[in-house]
Design a protein around this ligand. Structure first.
Ligand code: BTN
Length: 267
């Protein structure tokens, strides 16, 4: 069995993020491995980390480039007492935690692009996906929070079609980054932000999210369910929806693909 380099940051505290860490050299997607562990009763806070994924998944049916030895690919199992409609907000909560952890290794250059891209110097270095698992009896049974971070990926390792839009901690700062230490900062920040949301609601985290927002005040185009909206981003609302000031007035966008005008061709 592969040595687990993350064993030293497993905290053993039931329900806390990082209480158990399952490490594998390779899997199709940590989302799938976490799904089967969750079905077997894995507690909240269990984290699945893979060194490489053969079929890493991004949002909207896209893939997630997952070469070995350089990045972080993880799924955190959460068992929140929330409705299905509130699950999307968890990816914003995770976004704040990731931004705060990234700030420790790339100070001053971290921002968030709604809904869940993590940017360094305006290029994507990470992404978050929140998948709900439901059961007929109790409704929401758990949330699989998938987080992918480009850490020590070199420019040459980025697929050519993504090169103008993607980056890593190494590329953005010029310094390699210790992945176990970064994962530990992330677990601590996620634990704190998640607990804060459970006890005080989304408002406190929303304020922090706004401080990291790359889009607020910027003109963007959003494609939502086949419809194109163009306008200036006013922020996010208490449910985490994007507020867009368009010619026709303020629009509330709950899901979609956002393009910052003049920045790059597409997400
Ligand atoms: C996105 O920006 O599209 C979200 C990307 C999420 C990628 C992570 S990597 C770990 C976990 N396993 C997956 O297959 N996807 C998520």
């Amino acid at each position: 069995m592969a040595r687990n380099p993350y064993a030293e940051i497993e905290n053993g505290q039931p329900g806390r993020i990082g209480c158990l860490i399952h490490y594998v050299e390779e899997t199709s997607s940590t989302q799938e491995l976490a799904r089967s562990l969750a079905a077997q009763g894995a507690p909240q806070g269990t984290v699945v980390i893979a060194e490489r994924q053969s079929a890493g998944r991004g949002r909207m049916g896209r893939g997630w480039h997952s070469p070995p030895g350089v990045n972080l690919y993880m799924t955190v199992i959460l068992r929140p007492r929330i409705s299905l409609a509130e699950v999307a907000r968890l990816s914003l909560v995770a976004g704040v935690a990731v931004a705060e952890a990234m700030e420790t290794v790339a100070p001053g250059i971290v921002s968030l692009k709604w809904p869940n891209d993590v940017w360094l110097n305006g290029r994507k270095a990470g992404g978050i996906i929140a998948e709900a698992v439901t059961d007929a009896k109790s409704g929401l049974s758990c949330v699989l929070l998938g987080i992918g971070l480009n850490v020590n990926l070199s420019a040459e390792q980025i697929p050519p079609e993504l090169r103008s839009r993607a980056t890593s901690v190494l590329i953005a700062t010029g310094r390699p980054c210790e992945r176990v230490a970064l994962a530990n900062s992330l677990f601590l920040r996620l634990d704190s932000r998640y607990m804060e949301t459970e006890t005080r609601g989304f408002a406190a985290v929303r304020e922090a999210w706004e401080r990291y927002s790359a889009l607020t005040g910027k003109r963007v185009t959003v494609v939502e369910a086949g419809t194109r909206h163009s306008g200036v981003v006013a922020g996010i609302d208490p449910d985490g929806a994007l507020l867009l000031d368009c010619e026709a007035g303020r629009q509330r966008i709950v899901a979609g693909d956002v393009t910052l005008e003049g920045a790059y061709d597409r997400d």
